[in-house]
Design a protein around this ligand. Sequence first.
Ligand code: SF4
Length: 393
Amino acid sequence: MRSGRVTGATESQTNTAGPLSIPQAAYIHVPFCHSRCPYCSFTVIANRMDLVDRYVEAVCRELTALGSPHAVKTIFIGGGTPTLLPREPMVRLFEEIRRWIPLVENGEWSIEANPQDINKDLCLLLRDQGINRISLGGQSFDATKLKTLGRDHTGDQLASAIDIARQWFDEVSVDLIFGVPGEDLQIWKADLSQATSRGVSHISTYGLTYEKGARYWSQLQKGELVAVPEETELEMYLTAIAFLKENEFTHYEVSNFAKPGSECQHNQVYWQGDPWLGIGPGAAAYVGGTRSVNHRSTLKYLQRMEAGESPVAESQVLDWSTRTRERFIFGMRRLRGVEWSSFASAGEPRSVEEISLQIPKHIQLGFLEWHDGYIRLTAAGLPISDSLWLDYW
Ligand code: SF4
């Protein structure tokens, strides 16, 4: 499960810059999973549901430490597998969230869900609690691919979860992974086709990565896994762009596609460089120009909260130059790009100038272009965008 999540070292880079204003977004991390998928390096604790009550208590303490209720425009509950929580602690968690970080009217409240957990009762409960967007960690409908990924649900269960979720929620998103060992273009096209035909409003697509700390990483090093060739992975990405466009999805961020009006509002915060609160083990936060990350170990996080200590493991004050550069780089993940005049007027002057000196080179290579006052990626720049950003540091 990935969209909306910002936890720990693997994704703390998603933090950006921006105004030193009060956060209007909150991320809450629920670390529990049945088992750890072999490709996963997120902050997860597998098969330890005995810790749920302590976890909820600890999160309540972290929320209480806010001191007074703090209204936000978006809440994202990610994981891990938030829908694994038993009903009673789940409801308590939601009640405390509503108490300390109430959602403004028409705000967006997302939750990540495992397809296996979705049923009518859960959907009703989530809706009654104020949640209005479900993000399904589906990854694929294909039996072999799901098995390779170590997922605990079937393709039919994912299809059924989408159908049920759509009865109760207007906004249903699904994560799909491509470039899984053994996968070919036909399997990937079938995944895209199934997701669109079931009527989801949002799709996040990710190429499989081999992260240090995940079982897949060591298997790849030992030669026990054969990664999909880079050209195939590129073809899969381009296929997703073309196919989803044909099916009336807007490609609005490097990895994200939405029906008009269904873009994830929470994620915009990260790409715009706005501040956000982060609660729970491994959760990153960006408040008052300081980026901080809670302890990634759930047990350590619990111990610290129970001892009345801070859950923060690392924090870093971002200087104006760093905030400016991050704001540019993460802003460029959005297909509409970065609106130059407001970026330049708010940014640290020397960094803005250095960034502006790099742009012509990438325009000449055909990777960037100007459009209506925005600098943005071209179709040629999209697949290689990660390799461009080093020049902007
Ligand atoms: S379900 Fe998601 S968070 Fe949990 S182990 Fe698998 S990939 Fe990681």
